[in-house]
Design a protein around this ligand. Sequence first.
Ligand SMILES: [Zn+2]
Length: 243
Amino acid sequence: MKADPHDQRRLVDIAELDLRLGGLAHRRTALPEQAALDGLEAERRAAVESAARARIHVEDLDRAIAKLRSDLDAVRRRRESDSGLVAAGGLSERQATELEYELGSLARREESLTAELAELTERHEAVEADVRHSGAVITDLDARLGMAVTVRDTALAELEDAVTATTAERAREAEGLPAELLALYARSAEEAGVGAAILNGGRCSACAMDLSRSAVSTFRSAPTDDVLTCPECGVIVVRTDNS
Ligand SMILES: [Zn+2]
């Protein structure tokens, strides 16, 4: 294929712009600002789950404490009534013995229930503190998430601007180039990953291979408007004064 050497040089500029566009596309898929945001979202999900677990625990303890209080009330009422009977007197010896025995057992039961209640109340306070802590963690994460979204959006917008500017620059660079030459460039880009490269001192700058002496001499003696491809990688090689 024949093409104006100046047009061939423009292919190299287009290849650089395509490389830049590829880098921008890659950056978009591996955006650190997005990774930071994803991390915060995962932290928030974990904090919400932990808060929900703590709230369920508080509710369980509420029920257990209410049950203990009611048991304790029943024991106290029974003790009062038994004590009343003993104080009133007039009981048979057997009745008195039975009541004394029951009063002893009620006292032990009250003591054990009271201790259990104190322990549950302490646990209740601790779990309520967990709920408050989870709430504070979520509030803090929400604030950080808000900022992380802004930072991510800014980074995306900057990327978008860079893509738009580079795409426009590429369009200007490609404007007026022969369709056949652009088609060859597109084929080379698709097959070798690079559309065009400089031949630099006998080395293809796409595959970094030093071409054989005979290939270099053929390339050097070829008319300047001949479009050449690297025998190693198939990329369009463009000659410069330095080739
Ligand atoms: Zn090559």
